[in-house]
Design a protein around this ligand. Structure first.
Ligand SMILES: [Zn+2]
Ligand SMILES: [Zn+2]
Length: 342
């Protein structure tokens, strides 16, 4: 099979992914083999390529995988041949520890990431345990399903963790791939809630999209919104939005940080934190890490029902380096998708 393989950590501008012919993987007991049609391109892959995350090497990247079940391992019976399925960031977890037993498999110490600890979707085929593949609803096309599996599912988890109730006010800090899905889910599930969106100053395109998608107020991080926030999600790689979101919270409010890492450059903002302004009166702070199977299983049918239709830009598998460079430069409109050769 054709695959784009990462063998060494390097700046993405050096085009480190190489097109290779690999032997097609065989499904073990309980696994399925998927003939991949599309795989999304994600910021996390930039972190893997450039060494901010530590992938197993060599590795086939990609964790927004859509395709059809093509072969069943011994004992696999959840899917039929030909079924359309997706694979997300969670590739496996131990299934035995206290986190796994309580449905928090995203926190399992043996958590394996797709395209990080196990080969992913920048290839024509992949294998995965049938328990970690999800049916794709008929209404959703292959290319539209791909971004739902990462930006969508983790955004859904973050929204769940806020404990937002209908009629309350939700603040979103940063308005990229995940946030623009979250606002649609929030407005659908909680029709009487208000959503206030905070971006960097001058991000007019993001601000306009937020308005189109129903934001009740849009401004720059640090500005005062018309009302206090019952909960907020921070999608940014910066520190300032954490401080500003905590300041903007209502009493008893909760901030959920949806970021795999934070850049160090504006860390000084934390020194401006004041106990009374930012934390007192039972404010809460929580981060979101990975996703569980339940997040993906619940979110995909919901996304089809709303419906959420992500904007996508298609590339060929062998253009993966190019797509990743454009992603780094912020030049992809919507979500980047790799289309596999037949
Ligand atoms: Zn991702
Ligand atoms: Zn576990």
């Amino acid at each position: 099979m054709k695959a784009m393989v990462l063998k060494k950590i390097a700046p993405v501008e050096e085009e480190p992914l190489e097109l290779e012919d690999l032997s097609t993987p065989q499904p073990d007991a309980g696994q399925i083999r998927i003939k991949i049609s599309m795989c999304g391109v994600c910021h996390t892959e930039l972190d893997e390529i450039e060494g901010r995350l530590q992938p197993r090497l060599p590795i086939v990247l990609g964790h927004e995988i859509v395709g059809n079940v093509e072969s069943l391992g011994y004992g696999s019976n959840k899917f039929k041949l030909g079924d359309r399925v997706g694979i997300a960031w969670i590739n496996s977890a131990c299934g035995r520890c206290c986190f796994c037993r309580n449905g928090n498999e995203n926190l399992c110490s043996e958590f394996q990431g797709t395209g990080c600890d196990a080969n992913g979707g920048y290839a024509q085929y992949t294998v995965v345990s049938e328990d970690f593949a999800y049916p794709i609803p008929d209404k959703v096309s292959d290319s539209q399903a791909a971004p739902l599996l990462c930006a969508g599912a983790i955004g859904y988890r973050a929204l769940r963790l806020t404990n937002l109730q209908d009629g309350q006010i939700l603040g979103l800090f940063g308005f990229g791939a995940s946030a623009h899905i979250v606002i649609q889910v929030a407005k659908y599930k909680y029709p009487n809630c208000k959503v206030f969106v905070f971006t960097r100053p001058g991000q007019i395109e993001h601000q306009n999209l937020a308005k189109i998608l129903g934001a009740d107020w849009v401004g720059a991080t640090g500005e005062n919104a018309p009302e206090k926030l019952n909960c907020a999600i921070d999608f940014t790689p910066a520190w300032k939005p954490i401080v500003e979101a905590l300041r903007a919270l209502e009493k008893g409010g909760r901030l959920v940080i949806n970021a795999i890492r934070k850049e160090n450059k504006d860390k000084d903002n934390l020194l401006n934190m004041d106990y009374h302004t930012h934390l007192w009166l039972e404010k809460e702070l929580k981060t979101v890490a990975n996703i569980t199977r339940k997040d993906a299983e619940e979110f995909l049918p919901l996304a089809a029902e709303i419906p959420i239709v992500p904007e996508v830009q298609e590339f060929k598998l062998e253009q993966a380096n190019e797509a990743l460079i454009l992603l780094k430069q912020g030049k992809i409109r919507g979500a980047g998708i790799l289309k596999m050769p037949e």
